[in-house]
Write a protein that binds this ligand. Structure first.
Ligand SMILES: [Zn+2]
Length: 435
């Protein structure tokens, strides 16, 4: 793989020792090593075995890295680029994508293998858009587990995946199955995450962990895209939420709570969830609870914008869903602004799959449009997102011992955030995927 990739760069072979190791050196004209802080000029990033082993001033040469045991050195020239850590999207559905033109009953005709092959293009688009890590919040467990393994082995290109499998949801709740006559719904195997009552919800969490979930996704409130007219208010009870969070945390899993209306947002925060996804109707009490419980908001602004755009042209959206889109989409902006003003920790997530995979960077534009600074928006998809994953030691900045996940663009995204829609360079764990 490496030998094919070196064609774009200046290559110098040298030999300091008999120890077989490759070193890559990136010459970065502008480097935002730690998003949230100012960028630096003329830096060199040294990479070995997929990890960053040094960040040095100026454009270093082979002579300058004599202390590193290496057989060969590959130079990558990004002197005219703006380099940042690879982006993290905390809310994706990478194995699926809404397609208004497709047969809405396609799921009844396609096999799991079809979904697996479809996923390859979504994974590729996401990685090429600069997203080197995603947290996937809902996919078939066999499909997402196999996809995660294939990427980790390097069999298919894609972002690193931290995955929920299914979601914990009440019977008839947002994460249940809707919109068909009862015989059809009954013919489909009941999802293990569907639960009623604290004990049953403990079982649901345990069953999801048994399936391989890295993170527990719950639907604390109703949702926009489930075909039921049950609204977007609280659906899991306070007692159920408490049981879910305790069980998940005891098994070493964080909890990401889908929540729209304020009753569900605040109940989930009081129960101790680690992040609120969407958070469409949050109020001042929510802001206080986010801080009290050290929780994060993942606003998924792009989801609201995407479904609103789709509603204008797609006449096949069921009435129950159309009504909820019209209800929720307009309030999202005010909620985001309240959280931002109140100092809530905001982390980047798009709900991609609702929007097109590979257009994830549109979320940056929306965050900035609604009042976040460009640097803070980039921080939300790097430093802050790595904290949400519990992986700040390995992801989120360009510093010693972190994974060599990097992206680069022409121009300065701190003055024009839309530049992030045109990623020029992508590296994940030291391997170049786009140049
Ligand atoms: Zn989602």
């Amino acid at each position: 793989m490496i030998t094919r990739l070196i064609t774009f760069s200046i290559l110098i072979f040298t030999s300091f020792t008999s120890f077989s190791q490759n070193t890559t050196i990136i010459h970065a004209g502008k480097l935002l090593a730690i998003p949230g802080e100012p960028y630096l000029n003329n830096k060199s990033i040294i990479i070995q075995n997929g990890k960053i082993t040094g960040v040095k001033d100026g454009f270093v040469t082979v002579e300058d890295i004599k202390d590193k045991a290496t057989d060969s050195v590959i130079f990558i020239d990004l002197k005219d680029k703006f380099v940042m850590p690879g982006f993290i999207d905390l809310h994706t559905h990478i194995t699926h994508e809404r397609d208004p033109g497709a047969n809405p009953h396609e799921w009844t005709t396609l096999n799991d293998e079809d979904f697996a092959f479809n996923s390859i293009k979504y994974l590729n688009r996401t990685l090429m858009a600069g997203f080197t890590t995603v947290r996937n919040l809902g996919s078939d467990y066999n499909l997402i587990n196999a996809t995660k393994r294939a990427i980790a082995k390097g069999d298919i290109p894609g972002p690193r995946i931290i995955a929920a499998t299914g979601a914990v949801s009440a019977t008839g709740g947002h994460g249940d199955f809707h919109g068909y006559r009862t015989e059809v719904m009954n013919a489909v195997e009941k999802r293990v995450g569907i639960c009623d009552g604290p004990d049953d919800c403990k079982r649901a969490v345990r069953a999801l962990v048994k399936q391989g979930a890295d993170i527990i996704k719950i639907t604390a409130t109703g949702g926009v895209l489930s075909n039921t007219n049950a609204g977007v208010g609280q659906q899991l009870s306070d007692a159920e939420l408490k049981a879910i969070v305790e069980t998940a945390h005891s098994l070493g899993r964080k909890v990401a709570a889908h929540a729209h209306e304020v009753d569900g947002i605040n109940a989930a925060l009081r129960a101790g969830v680690n992040s609120i996804e969407h958070g469409s109707y949050l109020n001042d009490e929510s802001v206080r609870l986010f801080k009290e419980h050290d929780a994060y908001l993942v606003p998924t602004l792009l989801a609201g914008v995407s479904v609103s755009e789709e509603l204008k042209t797609n006449k096949n959206i069921p009435p129950a869903i159309a009504e909820k889109i019209s209800q929720v989409a307009p309030v999202v902006e005010a909620s985001f602004k309240r959280a931002l003003k109140g100092g809530v920790k905001i982390a980047f997530g798009t709900d991609s799959g609702v929007s097109k995979h590979g257009t994830n960077a549109r979320e940056f534009e929306l965050m900035v449009k609604y009042g976040m600074s460009e640097n803070e928006a980039i921080k939300s998809a790097t430093v802050t997102a790595s904290e949400v994953l519990g992986m700040p030691e390995t992801l989120g900045t360009i510093e010693l011992n972190k994974f060599a996940d990097m992206v680069a663009v022409d121009g300065n995204p701190l003055s024009d955030i839309s530049i992030l829609n045109a990623i020029q360079f992508v590296m994940k764990e030291g391997v170049v995927y786009k140049q």
